[in-house]
Design a protein around this ligand. Sequence first.
Ligand SMILES: [Zn+2]
Length: 247
Amino acid sequence: MELLTRKCLLALGFCVVMLSVFPSLMNGAESHQVTQRVRPMVSRDEPLGRIFPPETAGTTNSAARVKRPFTVTKAMWGGQESSGPLRHHRPLRITLHHEGSPKPLTPSEDPKQLLRNLQSWGFRAKGWPDIPYHFLIDLEGNIYEARDLWAVGDTNTQYDPTGHLLVTLMGNYELQTPTLRQLESLCDFLAWLCDYYNIDPSTIACHREFVLTACPGKYFAPYVLSGYVEAEVRKRIRAAYSTGQAK
Ligand SMILES: [Zn+2]
């Protein structure tokens, strides 16, 4: 009897460990559902000056107040048009990735060339119609436009990216740490995306929260999982609405 109880406790302990190590086991099949993940650094009670009704998610907000950061267009980085049919979706949530390059990205590399390489590799090796992500950010914090935001992204892993806006840090954050400029630029950009496309900031999540993957890397993921990114995004939205700053 005692042995049985001990076995049960061990099994229970194992489940708890599995669920805490692999939260994706709990959240696997909910790509459309907005979940309120616990983010220790976020206080969601503080008013933002605007609300995010779920039915408006993925529609444009003509009264947006967060200033749109400058983005480098496809034409500016020398990208090609999409090479195949794209599937249309409404962007309902934001999912963060890293590019996962084999080596850490260094300032000596040309981000525009890397984007052109990524796009042609996707065409050639994966049969993807375009870069799998919607936006990418380099070490200097420059933001590059990639796949059209109204088209579903692509993934090497088993989760459905429909409804996800895929924003990616260029480089490998298993091997390097994000730069301050990158993080600032990411938060500025996400604040604008949330405000303009009516995407609730509490949807900001990591790729690894949907499927078993290291993405977006152990040196970047904690900024998201702790709630640092969401808190910074909320701060920016609140500031734009409290000062009455127009775009
Ligand atoms: Zn990823």
